[in-house]
Design a protein around this ligand. Structure first.
Ligand SMILES: C[S@@+](CC[C@H](N)C(=O)[O-])C[C@H]1O[C@@H](n2cnc3c(N)ncnc32)[C@H](O)[C@@H]1O
Length: 375
């Protein structure tokens, strides 16, 4: 077991909870372990989530005893990955996520659909498939086939152990990777070439996107809860859009109040509305909310809906109220390879643990493989 970097805890920053109390934030740590992804030697609380790229079926032979990827059948390959995921389930927190980067394989001329098979098998083992992200690459391995198109995409499958309330920061992601309020499941990220002119393993940006989405910045060392971003709605619209500008003019003209705007947001655009169920944020009962929303609708007509797209703002982080320090979230990569995940985690201020069967990965996580392309 090697420690690649371990910043002195004395350099830890202080973190302020919502009530102004100072709680210490420990520095991130990183280590790599020689081992099998099916038997990761971790205990609960030692890793928060997984970001990994296992070998794809029948692609690159890593030449290590016990390697995954050279199974005789697609079912056998998927079975190996399920054995891994069932092992990770034993130590990840319930709010954790697993992101698996996987590409498909042509076998006997036909796509084997290993990504789809993995999704189905994982679902049968109680996992929830929350996203199948398509990673579009602008380059790839040379492919001589003349009777089909070259494969220029792979998948990143997002698995969770619970259907809701897993840790997720869509707001932070949208701010950083700028897709507006509804970021897309199609990611175009180029493969940067390393110094030896061979294709690099998956790009740091791909890992950083996932870290931003699903690895908490801070986790309580006492109760193990992540701090979650507090996102609040505002009544502010993006007035560069003419419809939004007109909506604001009409609201002013008719003297609509903050309570009207809150009522619009609680009601939503449908007439049935959520106001009957949702009162949060309006401070009023549902009958009053309906009345306000009705007045707003009369004043705004078709521009009513504009206020349902109002900007949101980040307003601090939840605090469990425990006494001890926070630590940065910890990413596990059980198929560490050259250590891209660990480097991305370090750059993002998160902790990391890498596991690989190959001995070369026990070295400092620099790119050590120089032969061949990626899988
Ligand atoms: C596609 S590479 C990972 C690339 C990695 N994302 C990177 O940045 O370099 C897959 C890795 O899985 C490792 N591997 C194969 N079978 C394994 C197993 N059963 N347990 C752990 N590692 C394994 C291989 O040695 C290889 O380094």
């Amino acid at each position: 077991m090697n420690h690649h970097f371990h910043t002195d805890a004395a350099s830890a920053e202080a973190s302020e909870g919502p009530e102004g109390q100072e709680r210490q934030l420990l520095a991130p740590t990183s280590r790599s372990v020689h081992g099998d992804a099916r038997h990761v030697p971790l205990k609960t609380g030692e890793a928060d989530m997984v970001i990994t790229s296992p070998p794809y079926w029948l692609k690159r032979d890593y030449g290590v005893e016990g390697q995954i990827g050279q199974e005789a059948t697609a079912e056998g390959f998927v079975g190996s990955l399920i054995d891994c995921m069932e092992n990770w389930k034993t130590f990840l927190p319930k709010w954790g996520s697993v992101f698996v980067n996987i590409g498909d394989t042509y076998h006997n001329g036909s796509l084997a659909n290993t990504p789809g098979r993995l999704e189905m098998a994982a679902t049968a083992h109680g996992w929830t498939v929350r996203n199948r992200i398509i990673w579009i690459k602008d380059a790839g391995m040379p492919d001589p086939a003349k009777d089909r198109l070259k494969s220029r995409h792979e998948y990143i499958i997002h698995f969770t152990m619970q259907r809701r309330d897993y840790y997720y920061d869509q707001f932070g992601y949208a701010e950083k990777y700028g897709n507006g309020t509804g970021p897309s499941d199609v990611w175009q990220i180029g493969l940067k070439r390393d110094t030896s002119a061979h294709l690099a393993p998956y790009p740091v940006e791909l890992v950083d996107r996932i870290i931003t989405l699903a690895c908490p910045e801070q986790v309580c060392t006492c109760c193990g809860k992540p701090r979650r971003r507090i996102v609040e709605r505002t009544g502010e619209l993006d007035e560069s859009r003419p419809q939004a500008k007109r909506a604001v003019e009409l609201a002013k003209l008719h003297g609509l109040t903050d309570a009207h705007i809150a009522a619009i947001q609680a009601t939503g655009i449908s007439d049935a509305g959520k106001a009957l169920r949702v009162q949060t944020g309006t401070g009023r009962n549902s009958a009053a909310v309906k009345k306000l929303a009705g007045e707003a609708k009369q004043a705004l007509g078709g521009y009513f809906r504009e206020f349902t797209f109002a900007k949101r703002k980040s307003n601090g982080w939840t605090d469990c109220g425990c006494d001890g320090p926070f630590r940065p979230g910890i990413v596990l990569d059980p198929f560490m390879g050259t250590g891209t995940t660990l480097r991305a985690a370090e750059a993002a201020g998160r902790g990391s643990i890498g596991v690989d069967l190959a001995n070369s990965s026990e070295k400092t996580p620099k790119r050590v493989k120089s032969s061949g392309g990626r899988k």
